[in-house]
Ligand binder design. Structure first.
Ligand code: RRO
Length: 310
């Protein structure tokens, strides 16, 4: 079977890559992704200046997934831009740069610098970081999102994408889709970022498990799979001509299959990659291929977006 994907005018050898934030903050991690069966790479969300992020502990695995309040620790935009310069075309594995400026001006400054660099790397602008104290998620403010997208169009001449937070109401899917559809060069949306501001409680210690925000953090893993699938399916329906990247709860070939059946063009792996390391990509790809073979599917187009309703 063939797991390759052609989108954004380029070919990817498979459909799986990392979720931004996981295994992609440091060069050695990015090199390990490149050497793995991941079909593309995305870097940790960058701010203009380097950041240490929130105090530790700030990531905690649980039996059903993870909670994090990292607070945007990253090496700063120049570090990832330098990586992109050296990466080149990556031998056919596309490189995405996640951008998460602390202000709209910062995002536009990074986009202008990326455009000036003239690299094949593609921006995924993060509208959904839940973990910087005092900074609400842009994607939950429709007016601010509309203004931001107008500014991105002015700052950047190429195709770009956005990482969205999860939405939970059809009125919100429709309102966000109406805004996104005004922007022709907005070529993809990645659904979903972590479900923000959950609270994991440890019974033994009678305490929270992460330090920032008195324990509040973004949820990933099994907790978020149905919400992620709903966002992928709804945005696929509402954004004709754009691609949706699925992210949330993928830990085997079965969840990857679900995301593609819901319409995802490609699928990102976050919590599972954090737990298992880059070997997860070869395993999940083999499981997806086996499932497709058992069902008689030869390529992803044979079932993408074909989720049946009753
Ligand atoms: O760094 C983080 O705390 C973080 C970010 Br920027 C994000 O977009 N999503 C997330 O779960 N954590």
């Amino acid at each position: 079977v063939d797991l390759s994907v052609t989108w954004l005018g380029r070919a990817m050898p498979g459909c799986l890559y990392n979720a931004s934030g996981v295994w992609c903050r440091e060069e050695d991690e990015l090199a390990a992704l490149r050497a793995s069966a991941a079909a593309a790479l995305i870097t940790k969300s960058a701010t203009l200046a380097p950041r240490d992020g929130n105090p530790e502990p700030r990531y905690h695995p649980t039996p059903l997934g993870s909670i994090n309040s990292m607070g945007l620790p990253n090496r700063g935009f120049d570090y990832y831009l330098d990586f992109a310069r050296r990466y080149g075309d990556g031998g056919g594995k596309p490189l995405f740069l996640s951008l998460s400026g602390l202000t709209l001006d910062d995002n536009c400054a990074m986009l202008r610098r990326l455009a000036e660099a003239g690299l094949p790397a593609l921006p995924e602008i993060n509208l959904s970081c839940p973990n910087v104290p005092g900074k609400p998620q842009l994607g939950y403010d429709f007016g601010a999102t509309a203004e931001a997208l107008d500014a991105f169009d002015a700052a950047y001449p190429g195709l770009y994408g956005v990482k969205l937070p999860p939405y939970f109401d059809p009125a919100h899917f429709a309102a966000m889709a109406e805004i996104l559809n005004r922007h022709r060069r907005l070529a993809f949306v990645t659904c979903i970022n972590s479900i923000g501001n959950g609270l994991v409680v440890d019974v033994d210690s009678e305490a929270v498990v992460i330090k920032p925000k008195d324990g509040l953090g973004g949820l990933g893993g099994d907790y978020v799979l149905p919400t992620a699938l709903a966002n992928v399916r709804e945005f696929c329906r509402l954004l004709p001509g754009k691609d949706v990247v699925g992210c949330g709860g993928v830990k085997s070939g079965r969840e990857a299959f679900m995301h593609i059946l819901a319409g995802a063009r490609a699928v990102q792996v976050g919590t599972c990659l954090h737990q298992e390391g880059p070997g997860a990509f070869a395993r999940i790809a083999a499981e997806l291929a086996a499932l497709m073979r058992a069902k008689g599917y030869r390529r992803l187009d044979d079932f993408r977006g074909r989720l049946r309703t009753l």
